[in-house]
Design a protein around this ligand. Structure first.
Ligand code: ATP
Ligand code: MG
Length: 346
């Protein structure tokens, strides 16, 4: 089923497939918890596929982005380790891809400064994803970093001249800002930066099990990639659905049911309409049974692989040391170019 599934769920642009080595990918995740099935179908699967095609893939563990909306970073090393183990489980290969941590590449912060001068406060405060995150976070005050992290993210993407960014659709406003920053810098100083394209999957925004907005690791509504089969069963049993017997795939009118149908379809490599049809009048319980089985079957090999990697957590340190070194080398070179372009030689 893997082949059908890849054919039906992956969208790789033709020019990338034609000359993979001419492209570079950058994308990343906040180490705020274990990665979930929304990450997998929204972005991770495309990263691994691009890597396997021969594209140079950079994956960033965005540790500085954790403090946009949290006070403490105690225990963050454990979460970083978990995220990197999730990468390995899904097939990201550290011999072919570069995995690095935000906080280990200081040149990114220096790039952020000129980039901040290229955007207006209006652009920052109007960003729809930032607004949504502020609302979902429910905190009384909003940090300056919350408003400016999309500019930091622009530095993450632009420093290595990535042209392709596999992401969920919450990232589209940030990609647009990144493109604006690249163009504005190039116009004002010198043509250094590439304006990157977002690469969306067929599941650009998987919903949470609570049926309220996107599945998110900070929202307590996700199925972690590393959940056991039993945990997955319990999570899906708790999912919000509706009381109609007939199961249909109708996202605008039945978002919760359609989300489970979509998840099952992604795992089975089938069209969501066909999955709904096969359940027929079975109601929510049949839908949940089928979805649970599909998720557990599909992720079983990754979960097995993850448990093997878990026995050698030192592997994560070695991967990040290597990735940080490569990212620093490239970031320092880009920063040197930027300083020359801006005339700040001393
Ligand atoms: P947090 O709630 O802590 O922000 P998150 O689940 O939103 O966590 P991020 O680390 O912010 O995860 O996002 C990492 C990547 O995964 C981004 O490219 C994002 O677009 C993508 N992504 C996150 N959630 C989903 C989802 N529900 N469906 C599809 N893609 C997603
Ligand atoms: Mg997020």
């Amino acid at each position: 089923t893997t082949e059908t599934y890849e054919a039906t769920t992956l969208r790789l642009p033709a020019d990338v497939l034609a000359s993979p080595t001419d492209h570079r990918v950058l994308t990343g995740d906040r180490p705020t918890g274990r990665l979930h099935v929304g990450h997998y179908f929204g972005s991770l699967q495309n990263r691994v596929r691009l890597q396997n095609q021969g594209v140079d893939v950079f994956v960033l563990v965005a540790d500085y982005q954790v403090i946009t909306d949290r006070d403490i970073t105690a225990g963050i090393d454990e979460v970083v380790t978990d995220v990197v183990l999730d990468y390995l489980a899904t097939g990201l290969d550290p011999d072919r891809s570069t995995v690095f941590a935000h906080s280990a590449v200081p040149a990114l912060n220096q790039l952020m400064l000129p980039f901040l001068s290229l955007v207006s406060t209006g652009e920052l405060s109007r960003n729809p994803t930032v607004k949504e995150e502020i609302q979902a976070g429910g905190r009384e005050t909003v940090s300056g970093l919350m408003l400016t992290y999309p500019v930091h993210q622009a530095a993450d993407i632009l420093f290595c001249h990535a042209d392709l960014v596999p992401v969920g659709d919450d990232q589209l406003p940030h990609l647009e800002l990144t493109r604006d920053i690249a163009r504005r810098f190039n116009d004002r100083y010198a043509p250094i930066f590439t304006a990157p394209e977002a690469l969306l999957s067929h599941a650009p925004r998987l919903k949470g099990l609570d049926g309220r907005g996107k599945m998110g690791k900070s929202r307590g509504n996700s199925i972690p990639l590393s959940a056991t089969a039993d945990e997955t069963t319990a999570l899906i049993r708790s999912a919000v659905t509706d009381s109609q017997r007939r199961i249909t795939y109708d996202p605008p009118n039945r978002p919760e049911v359609s989300n489970l149908v979509l998840l099952a379809a992604l795992c089975r490599g089938e069209a969501p309409e066909a999955v709904a049809e096969s359940i027929g009048d079975g109601g929510a319980s049949a839908l949940k049974r089928l979805t649970t089985e599909a998720v557990n079957d599909f992720f079983a090999p990754m979960r097995r692989r993850r448990r093997e990697f878990e026995t050698d957590r030192g592997i994560v340190t070695r991967i990040l040391e290597r990735g940080n070194a490569r990212a620093n080398e490239i970031a320092d070179a880009t920063l040197a170019e930027v300083r020359i372009a801006m005339g700040t030689r001393y």
